[in-house]
Design a protein around this ligand. Structure first.
Ligand code: TXA
Ligand code: MG
Length: 476
């Protein structure tokens, strides 16, 4: 698809509005993140959003409006407390979930009888919606699973060729998505922390519940919160520990993979430089800056081509909660305490079939172990075998971003536990600290044989066997 690039001026916005009314998708800037918009009243237009993003169809969309009067055709009723929230926080980064009206196609609400509505603060966004004369359904304009785009260049990287038009705007000032609050439950429930803090909301309507917190075991949550999200290409771990401890850890482990990326704060950056590729989230006491920089920092890690990313532990108060939520999701909830952190390296021959599958599958089962993989003789930089990628995907594990690397003595030196696929491979590597075959580690005998050149079924069997063994391993 040829994507029109439009300026955020009268001509550009009018053209965008015209395309939207004609049932096309248009990317527009907002103060939170860029949105991928379509006419919320047109089911086939909305369908194009799901296609462009590769978005799961059970994930509902937020409907954007520019004037409060638009609400009457979108929702059935406005609860009293929702009214108070609108008065305080609209226009702004707050999405309010209410009972939906018949006009909203089920495609928008993913079959739910509720709909999330937001009035963005960004004037460009509101002008675009006004000119469209339609409520605009829009998710974040990233390819599903990737970090949300907060700059024109980030959004082009994902949506050029996938949307009918992109409106060029300033970088998003807030930088994390809107807070999503469900006003249809007896106690209002925040389903996603975001640009408006819990503290701000409670000051206006009293106690709210935070979905997913220890206090709340109910379903349903925001359907979108269950997916792997915001993910950079390299696997990410939250490192718990003081700056000194993290520094000592990095010194010891810096050769575990060829390139380690560390998300950090200005105060630490100088100390960590030289040990890793650093990207700063700004000053340690400034959550606004961290939120603003977060998603482009994750995308920068991709651009740097790092093999692993470490991120700092983040506080839970105020706007930090939104940053923390995104980082934990990006890390797939992998959290490691530096004091007892272990590095584990899977070894096979080419690092394109068995060991990348083992790396991904084991890492999903053991979120407190830092995992990578390498080959004794690998085609450096090559992707994982496509049957291996497909086999892992069937188990819910994404290894499409894997790049083969050859094991070096330095890497082995920074590894606590070496795990090979076969006894033969174990005998070929220099004796170094702890080394086991995957079967030995699981307390069994056997070899994970090379599926290379064989059918998808053989790859699937291999992946399932690796999963069984990985899940059998308890203590390391
Ligand atoms: O800031 C934002 O909210 C951005 C900009 C473009 O406005 N939009 C955005 O949309 O982040 P999206 O689709 O990436 O995230 C919407 C989240 C998802 O987690 C979704 O499951 C949840 O809101 N959501 C939407 N409608 C819902 C509903 N009716 N019930 C429960 N959750 C809902
Ligand atoms: Mg999103």
């Amino acid at each position: 698809m040829q994507t029109e690039i439009l300026k955020a001026d009268k001509t550009g916005l009018s053209r965008g509005a015209e395309l939207l009314r004609a049932g096309e998708t248009v990317v527009f800037p907002t103060e939170t993140v860029y949105g991928l918009g379509a006419d919320a009243l047109n089911a086939s237009a909305v369908e194009k959003i799901f296609l462009a993003k590769g978005r799961p169809s059970d994930n509902p969309l937020i409907v954007h409006i520019a004037e409060k009067s638009a609400l009457s055709e979108i929702v059935r009723e406005i609860p009293e407390k929702a009214e108070l929230l609108m008065e305080s926080f609209w226009p702004g980064p707050l999405t309010i979930i209410m009972k939906k009206s018949e006009n909203i196609p089920p495609r928008v609400s993913a079959g739910l009888d509720t709909v999330g509505v937001r009035m963005p603060e960004s004037e460009v966004a509101r002008e675009f919606i006004k000119l469209s004369k339609r409520p605009v359904a829009a998710p974040s304009a990233n390819i599903s699973g990737r970090p949300s785009p907060t700059t024109f260049s980030d959004v082009c990287a994902d949506m050029n060729g996938r949307a009918a038009a992109i409106i060029e705007g300033e970088p998003s000032s807030v930088g994390v998505e809107s807070t999503v609050i469900d006003m249809t439950s007896d106690i209002p429930t925040v389903l996603r922390p975001g640009g408006i803090t819990l503290e701000q909301i409670e000051a206006v309507i009293g106690e709210v519940r935070l979905s997913g917190s220890a206090k709340d075991s109910r379903t349903p949550k925001a359907p979108g919160m269950k997916y792997r999200h915001y993910a950079p290409r390299a696997r990410m771990y939250i490192l718990k520990g003081s700056v000194e401890e993290v520094k000592a850890f990095l010194k010891e482990k810096k050769d575990f993979v060829p390139k380690i990326g560390v998300l950090c704060f200005d105060e630490m950056e100088a100390e960590l430089n030289g040990l890793s590729e650093t990207v700063s989230l700004g000053k340690m006491n400034c959550p606004e800056e961290a939120a603003h920089r977060l998603f482009s920092a994750l995308r920068k890690m991709d651009a740097l081509g790092v093999d692993l990313i470490f991120a700092p532990e983040i506080p839970e108060d105020g706007l930090w909660l939104a940053v923390r939520n995104r980082l934990y999701k990006a890390a797939g909830e992998s959290v490691v305490n530096v004091k007892n952190a272990k590095t584990l390296l899977f070894i096979c021959m080419g690092n394109t079939c068995r060991s990348p599958m083992a790396e991904g599958i084991f890492a999903a089962a053991h979120k407190n172990v830092i995992v990578s993989s390498a080959g004794l003789s690998a085609p450096d930089g090559e992707g994982a075998n496509e049957k291996a990628v497909a086999a892992a995907k069937k188990l819910g594990v994404e290894i499409g971003a894997h790049r083969a690397k050859t094991a070096t003595l330095e890497m082995l030196g920074a590894t606590d536990i070496v795990v090979t696929m076969t006894k033969g491979l174990k005998d070929m590597i220099p004796a170094w600290g702890e080394s086991y075959t995957l079967y030995e580690l699981a307390g069994e005998e056997g070899d994970v044989k090379d599926p290379y050149g064989q059918s998808q079924e053989v790859y699937d069997l291999t992946a399932r066997e690796i999963k069984r063994l990985s899940e059998k391993i308890k203590e390391l």
